[in-house]
Ligand binder design. Structure first.
Ligand code: FE2
Length: 388
């Protein structure tokens, strides 16, 4: 990993956010502060069933804001869904967007905002800084503690024709305000809690070892690891405990601030490839890849991985390089298993025949650019193979 100079220029982008119990009910007040009279309420069927969309719509009604609901969104949001949402936005003359849900509704809402202002296919904005005009005002209300789309410069959209996920990275995607309330987390089941929580842990770890990390992102990444590792097991066993959900949400927030500015790495590049080709759950893919990427990356950033090992629990002192590499791999694997994630990529339907194509797509993902070690096609195939 390239040594960092304290004098090196680094940018840190962060949105305005309100963190804590009751922030959910401020949606209407902030929509009014932005001068909006009508908004597109972007959500998904599961969040609607849990009651959070209605809770936000009540806040809008109380503030005198009218709204149109758009909820035709898949777990891996597709380009066609973004374009359909943008058409609803245009046809119903909305002036802003309120997103309520996990990463999928929030990413879709960001896409709808881009298309509404820039008027081209969402797929044409792939990559870094390709969005010319900012979208309309965007208020994000996350109902999971994982994606951090509520604070990030990222939106991940599936190109269903090419069966791949595209990453759109732009400062224009940072929400105008995010309302981070731990209450909606209490309706997540154990599987969603673990998948989203491990996604957040991957964000923190990848940001910490990223070759675009900085002292500011390091601060948030390490705090995220500490908070997530100490609270996730309890969030599974005591799902209604608001104080624990508060800590997982805070952990996810720190992870989001870290990765939005330091970017990610091979875990996400490879998970995007799996999600695009085989439509697999993002958090689960990350969870199954993390320990194998750590073992591969270790030689490029040993001190950083040792620090992560200490945050995850005890790190061995005075042992050799190879033992320390095995230690971090085993520690991550046991944490994953302790949360009930015992499956492999094979269990999710991935086969050896998929690996070459998956590796090719992963190498072309923008997240690979900040991985501390640049892998070859063969090496990416081998990492996938070790997770089968
Ligand atoms: Fe992620």
């Amino acid at each position: 990993m390239t040594p960092q100079s304290e004098l090196e220029l680094k940018k840190f982008v962060v949105p305005e956010f309100i963190f804590g119990s009751g922030s959910l009910d401020l949606a209407g007040r902030y929509a009014r502060n932005f001068g909006l009279r009508k908004v597109l309420l972007v959500t998904d069927p599961g969040v609607r069933r849990a009651g959070w969309t209605e809770r936000v719509s009540e806040s809008l009604i109380n503030a005198g804001i009218s709204y149109e609901v758009f909820d035709r969104i898949s777990p891996n949001p597709r380009a066609a869904e973004v374009m359909a949402g943008a058409e609803v936005y245009r046809a119903t003359e909305c002036q802003g967007i309120v997103a309520v849900g996990g990463g999928s509704p929030m990413d879709c809402a960001k896409g709808i905002g881009i298309v509404s202002s820039n008027r081209r296919s969402i797929l044409s904005y792939e990559g870094v800084d390709q969005v010319l005009l900012p979208g309309p005002p965007l208020i994000c209300i996350p109902t999971t503690a994982g994606s951090s789309a509520d604070v990030s410069q990222f939106a991940i959209i599936t190109d269903e024709r090419e069966k791949r996920k595209i990453a759109i990275i732009s400062k224009t995607l940072v929400p105008d305000i995010s309302l981070l309330d731990p209450l909606p987390l209490t309706t997540m089941d154990a599987e969603l809690t673990v998948d989203t929580g491990l996604d957040a842990l991957c964000h923190a770890i990848e940001a910490y070892v990223s070759n675009a990390s900085s002292p500011m992102t390091d601060l948030h990444a390490l705090q995220a690891i500490h908070l997530l590792v100490s609270s996730l097991p309890d969030a599974v066993t005591a799902p209604d405990a608001l104080s624990i959900r508060y800590r997982t949400m805070l952990g996810s927030l720190h992870a989001g601030l870290a990765f939005s500015n330091a970017s990610l790495g091979a875990v996400h590049a490879m998970a995007h490839s799996l999600g695009g080709l085989l439509d697999l759950a993002h958090g689960r893919c990350n969870a199954l890849l993390l320990e194998h990427v750590a073992a591969y990356n270790y030689d490029a950033a040993p001190e950083r991985y040792d620090a992560i090992g200490r945050s995850l629990g005890a790190a061995p002192c005075g042992v050799g390089h190879d033992e320390r590499r095995s230690h971090i791999q085993n520690t991550i694997a046991s944490f994953r298993r302790s949360l009930g994630v015992g499956v492999t990529l094979s269990n999710l339907g991935v086969t050896g025949c998929d690996l070459s194509d998956l590796a090719l797509r992963a190498l072309n993902d923008p997240c690979m650019a900040t991985n501390p070690r640049r892998p070859t096609h063969r090496e990416v195939e081998m990492i996938y193979a070790s997770a089968l």
